[in-house]
Design a protein around this ligand. Structure first.
Ligand code: MAN
Ligand code: CA
Length: 292
């Protein structure tokens, strides 16, 4: 019984009379053992129940802790899942944007290529048109010059000759045909004239203007009636008159290789620096003069 186990008894407290069923010392021994066992079992249960209680509390605390932790982790997980799905959505939309941009880029690239080739074609056409304009301008200038020549000579010079003061001048115009100084002079004589004597500044300016307008190269020389073949450095006109003023290019006359005894005038931007001495047999164009 719980009440008897709670109580404590000492062996000496029992008299034989008080214990009618205990007739001998063995019985008493038994009772005493039972009593001792009762005390020990009660402590054990108390300890066990205390431990169990503590364990229950601990277990409860652990469960509560884990529940809190779980709810936190679960909340975090939910948030992460939400973020992840938003990020996925944004990623998808970025991918779609990228695709659209790539398509736009390739379209623009194609269009750029087309525009570029159109630009090239236009450039070619423009260049052609420009060179046609240049050719037409040159043609116009030539026609105007021809008209001017006809007007200036007023019919006093033969066809193709130009008038300056009372003299007609002929600038050889036979394509690439060129001659030495003597053959050139012969052509002038055949035409009723002689090689030009350019013995005034006015005449030199006139000659230079004609050559400039012809757009020939600076190497396209025209023989004039001037030589130093008798005495080197003593220049004389074909009629024997001495040269008073020369219109030499810079560095001329230089009697190059000691072989240059005839004078020619060349197209130049400096009308009064236009002459060069060249070998007399050198093929060049020529200028004749004639009094009408
Ligand atoms: C060529 C010739 C010469 C002239 C020199 C100038 O050699 O026309 O007569 O003096 O060029 O460099
Ligand atoms: Ca020379």
């Amino acid at each position: 019984m719980a009440s008897s186990s709670a109580e404590t008894y000492r062996r000496d407290d029992f008299g034989t009379d008080d214990m009618p069923f205990c007739n001998n010392s063995e019985d008493l021994q038994e009772v005493s053992i039972l009593t001792v066992r009762g005390e020990t079992g009660s402590g054990f249960y108390r300890l066990a129940s205390t431990i169990l209680g503590l364990l229950s509390v601990l277990f409860l605390v652990v469960i509560i802790g884990m529940s809190v932790l779980y709810s936190e982790v679960s909340g975090r997980h939910d948030r992460l899942a939400l973020n992840s799905s938003q990020a996925n959505g944004e990623l998808e939309s970025l991918k779609a944007d990228y695709k659209r941009l790539a398509a736009t880029k390739s379209t623009l690239h194609e269009e750029f290529g087309k525009v570029l080739s159109e630009k090239k074609a236009l450039q070619v056409r423009l260049e052609r048109a420009m060179s046609q304009i240049v050719a037409l301008r040159q043609e116009k200038e030539r026609s105007e010059n021809q008209l001017k020549i006809s007007r200036d000579s007023c019919g006093r010079c033969p066809q193709g000759w130009r008038l300056l003061n009372a003299t007609c001048y002929y600038f050889s115009d036979e394509g690439l045909h060129k001659r030495g100084w003597e053959q050139s002079r012969q052509d002038c004589v055949n035409k009723g004239g002689d090689l030009a004597v350019v013995d005034t500044q006015e005449k030199q300016e006139f000659v230079s203007e004609v050559l400039q307008a012809s757009r020939l190269g600076y190497w396209d020389g025209f023989w004039i009636g001037l030589k130093d073949d008798h005495t080197e450095g003593v220049w004389k006109w074909r009629d024997g008159a001495s040269l008073e003023r020369g219109h030499w290019r810079e560095g001329e006359p230089n009697d190059f290789y000691s072989a240059e005894d005839c004078a020619a005038t060349y197209p130049t931007s400096k009308p009064l620096e236009a002459w060069n001495d060249a070998p007399c047999n050198h093929p060049l164009k020529w200028i004749c003069e004639m009094s009408p």
